[in-house]
Design a protein. Structure first.
Length: 215
């Protein structure tokens, strides 16, 4: 993971807190986080917005977060969360965790930004306990040719502005290529307004290994 620019480190975390704040995303986060239990690894922890949505069965949150500012801004949420929250890394593609050590992985609007997503997904499959799942809500490449074309046109300008976010990543396809199956996949536009559609084709579900690990 290379050095982060001033824009990525100081501006993007604040913009993310506005664009993906509780008022806009709280319902999506609740559906992803509330059912979980045990030790949870969260990719792209940000300022800790998901903490309010974890149920009492979650015993510990392991946070991967590249931005020091986002981690600082998470302090109030961490303080009010009555269980351990530990920052264990900066990059989902390089997890300092033992194999089969976490009960669940959470990613909320993070897979679009991880530089090496395929490696990160391989790490997810490595650290999950047998039967564990990756629970996610992401924006993805739209199935509409018209919207997808707009996403690809916007991407060269959007990526640097949004901290490396990719509008044109097909998240379900990437999950499948990593050997992850999503039996409960749900997909829809977050807004009916056409100008918002390139930014708002949301996919959510829980991904599991499509074949058992080899012994």
């Amino acid at each position: 993971m290379g050095p982060r620019s001033w824009w990525d480190e100081r501006a993007v975390p604040r913009l993310v807190d506005v664009a993906l704040g509780e008022r806009i995303t709280g319902g999506w986060r609740e559906r992803v986080a509330r059912p979980l239990a045990g030790d949870v690894l969260e990719l792209g922890f940000g300022s800790g917005t998901n903490l309010a949505h974890y149920g009492d069965a979650v015993t510990r949150v392991l946070a991967v977060e590249p931005s020091d500012l986002a981690w600082e801004r998470a302090a109030p949420s961490i303080a009010s969360f009555d269980r351990p929250v530990d920052r264990i890394g900066l990059d989902g593609a390089e997890l300092d965790l033992a194999a089969g050590s976490v009960d669940a992985v959470v990613s909320t609007w993070t897979m679009c930004t991880i530089p090496d997503l395929r490696s990160a997904l391989a790490e997810v499959t490595r650290v999950l306990k047998p039967g564990g799942r990756l629970h996610f809500v992401e924006h993805s490449l739209s199935p509409s040719p018209r919207v997808a074309a707009a996403q690809r046109r916007l991407q060269p300008a959007w990526g640097p502005l949004a901290g490396g976010c990719h509008l044109d990543r097909d998240v379900p396809v990437l999950l499948a290529e990593t050997g992850l199956d999503v039996p409960d996949l749900h997909q829809r536009y977050a807004s009916r307004l056409w100008p918002a559609r390139p930014f708002g084709w949301f996919v959510t579900g829980s991904a599991r290994l499509s074949a058992p690990r080899e012994a």
